[in-house]
Design a protein around this ligand. Structure first.
Ligand code: CP
Ligand code: NVA
Length: 308
């Protein structure tokens, strides 16, 4: 059987994404129930960047499923010295049933998956954050009762992992995704092409804009993220001035649909991309969104291990 990986959002077909979301909802209803990783099956969870939610939710989730999470600071691995990603992957495949990795360039996780005999899961790269978007979709579905046909507007750095993943994951679910980003911070062209192809299959759509006004009007979901992602702290770009008009604040929210919800993957930079008033206000779904990392990732791992 071929091993299934989850390296980017469109690695799941629309039907597969729905199956994972259904399972996530089921596991949420009985978090300490099913133990499909009993044995235990061991899962390596490796970090080359900081994390609070991803680390904790994978560790707790794997344990809840009866498995053994092995959390490793990737910066302490031989990977950080001279051992290649491929050799690391070959070794990991001999020990564990799956590998979850937070790293930098997407090509690094592609290299890990290329020789892996076990599923590899992207826990955030510079280009994608697909586990986060599964949790986001679970949250939207809980609040709105559906995904297909809804409009999601993301305001911020259109070239970062969240923008790319919301775009690909959102259209996979049949959503209309509007990305609003300043010139110079637009999503990567080939990912837009991929998202448009996927949208053509699902009835979703992708619109890339620079002006927030029109994009926010009547939207069902408003999403944002930090203007400076991990690893971009010293990239020499002005990551404040062009973004100020994209702040998710009360007047932005007023333009959205009456029952619109607000998402932020967290950590939030309060007073920058989002105001306290919105983050702590009634439209905010961010704490459920953070909780759903746990349920969505458990579902993903169970699903991937069933396929492989
Ligand atoms: N949203 C998210 O991935 O959070 P962490 O960086 O804390 O894992
Ligand atoms: N875009 C952010 C997401 C953090 C979860 C980053 O990469 O730092």
């Amino acid at each position: 059987m071929t091993v299934r990986h989850f390296l980017r959002d469109d690695d799941l077909s629309p039907a597969e994404q729905l199956a994972v979301l259904d399972l996530a909802a089921e596991l949420k209803r009985d978090p300490l129930g099913p133990k499909p990783l009993a044995g235990p099956k061991s899962i390596a969870v490796l970090f080359e960047k900081n994390s609070t939610r991803t680390r904790l939710s994978f560790e707790v989730g794997i344990a809840q499923l009866g498995g053994q999470p092995i959390i490793v600071d990737g910066r302490m691995m031989q990977l950080g010295r001279e051992e290649t990603i491929e050799d690391t992957s070959r070794v990991l495949s001999r020990y564990v049933h799956a590998v979850v990795w937070r790293t930098f360039a997407q090509k690094r996780i592609d290299a890990m998956a290329s020789v892996s005999k076990v599923p590899v899961v992207n826990a955030l790269t510079d280009e994608f954050h697909p586990c986060q978007v599964l949790a986001d979709l679970q949250t939207i579905r809980e609040r709105k009762g559906k995904l297909a046909g809804l409009t999601l507007t993301y305001l911020g750095d259109g070239a970062n992992n969240m923008a790319h993943s919301l775009m690909l994951g959102g259209v996979t679910a049949g959503m209309h995704v509007r990305l609003v980003a300043p010139e110079g911070f637009q999503p990567q062209d080939d990912f837009v092409v991929d998202a448009k192809k996927r949208a053509a299959e699902t009835g979703g759509s992708v619109t890339i804009l620079t002006d927030p006004d029109e994009a926010v009007d009547g939207t069902d979901v408003l999403a944002t993220d930090t203007w400076t992602s991990m690893g971009q702290e010293n990239d020499g770009l002005d990551r404040v001035t062009p973004f100020r008009r994209l702040q998710v604040n009360a007047s932005m929210l007023e333009r959205a649909a009456p029952e619109a919800i607000v998402l932020h993957c967290l950590p939030a930079h309060r007073g920058w991309e989002i105001t306290d008033e919105v983050l702590d206000g009634p439209a905010s779904a961010v704490w459920d969104e953070a909780e759903n990392r746990l349920h969505a990732q458990k579902a993903l791992l169970v699903w991937l291990l069933e396929q492989s």
